[in-house]
Ligand binder design. Structure first.
Ligand code: ATP
Ligand code: MG
Length: 285
């Protein structure tokens, strides 16, 4: 092989072309293509771009015709249907919570999550998690309802996370919790994880033991090594702060992470609340 030929098989997409294809949602493997010369590469780029633009416009057309809801809404609907079908009760609680509620979660000065909180005035903040509100409702409803019973909330949470492709400042959390599970906790946790993963349309996942800053020993649900959920079995040392004294099981899922896993998106931005994407379609198509 001559030096010319060796060089020839290493013509790759330019940075601008790769960036454009990535934005349009090209499969990351496609971006690694090798071409015999620049003309072949440019032709391949044009063909790929045209096809991705066509797909994007078709999806937008389906939305316009009323045939599609945004992915976040559609996932939320599937999750709500599955959970209410399993006897869980949906609740809707405030987005603004108090510093005191965070302290009762063990999130005080020096705690890593504390640095990620969006503070408001008067000792209040945008909730970084749903757990404080659900703890409160668990105790209050626990005075009224017999066991076992389960509640869940799906809604926005806020964190100053800036770790790149899988963190957003505002994201959607599903948190479900059951008080007084009838079965052994770990078995129930696995059953509920399966229910949610199935409703979200994600077939393959692993359960992995981990340590959390807030809860200690936990089980994470991972898809190809990426965390989509953290779950825990109570009783837990924090329960005393909330007046909860019974066994419980709780799971917290990120909806954008579930969409990423299902769609194979390399970047979470495409799955979240956005002005650059509508339903995963980049708007400069
Ligand atoms: P990570 O380790 O990935 O930062 P975490 O363990 O801090 O996540 P948890 O407190 O366990 O997150 O929150 C429950 C779920 O909420 C996570 O499994 C994830 O799916 C989602 N989540 C947490 N932080 C974010 C974020 N900044 N953006 C998007 N989703 C998030
Ligand atoms: Mg976690």
């Amino acid at each position: 092989m001559t030096a010319d030929e060796t060089e020839a098989i290493h013509v790759r997409f330019t940075t601008t072309q790769a960036q454009r294809l990535r934005e349009l949602g090209a499969d990351p493997l496609v971006l690694d293509g090798d071409f015999v010369d620049a003309a072949a590469r440019d032709a391949a780029f044009k063909q790929l771009q045209d096809s991705l633009v066509h797909d994007g416009r078709r999806r937008l057309q389906e939305m316009r015709a009323g045939h599609r809801a945004p992915q976040l809404v559609e996932v939320e609907t599937s999750l709500r249907t599955a959970l209410t079908g399993a006897g869980f009760v949906q609740v809707v609680t405030p987005l603004i919570i108090t510093t005191e509620a965070l302290a009762k979660m063990g999130i005080e000065h020096g705690h890593p999550l504390r640095e990620q909180v969006f503070w408001l005035e008067d000792g209040r903040c945008l909730r970084p998690m749903l757990a404080p509100n659900l703890y409160t409702l668990l105790r209050r409803l626990g005075r009224i309802w017999s066991r076992p019973f389960g509640i869940f909330e799906i809604g926005p949470c806020f964190r100053r996370d800036s770790k790149g492709a899988s963190h957003l400042n505002e994201f959607s959390m599903l948190n479900l919790v059951e008080l007084g599970p009838a079965e052994e906790c770990r078995a129930r946790l696995e059953e509920l994880a399966a229910l949610v993963m199935d409703a979200a349309g994600v077939g393959e996942y692993d359960l992995v033991r981990t340590q959390s800053e807030v809860y200690g020993e936990m089980v994470d649900v991972e898809v190809k090594g990426a965390e989509v959920c953290s779950a825990v079995c109570g009783p837990h040392p924090l329960d005393g702060n909330w007046g909860v004294v019974e066994p419980w099981v709780g799971l917290g899922f990120g909806l954008e992470r579930l969409i990423m896993a299902r769609e194979g998106y390399p970047n979470i931005e495409r799955a979240g609340r956005s002005l650059a994407y509508v339903d995963g379609v980049r708007l400069n198509v």
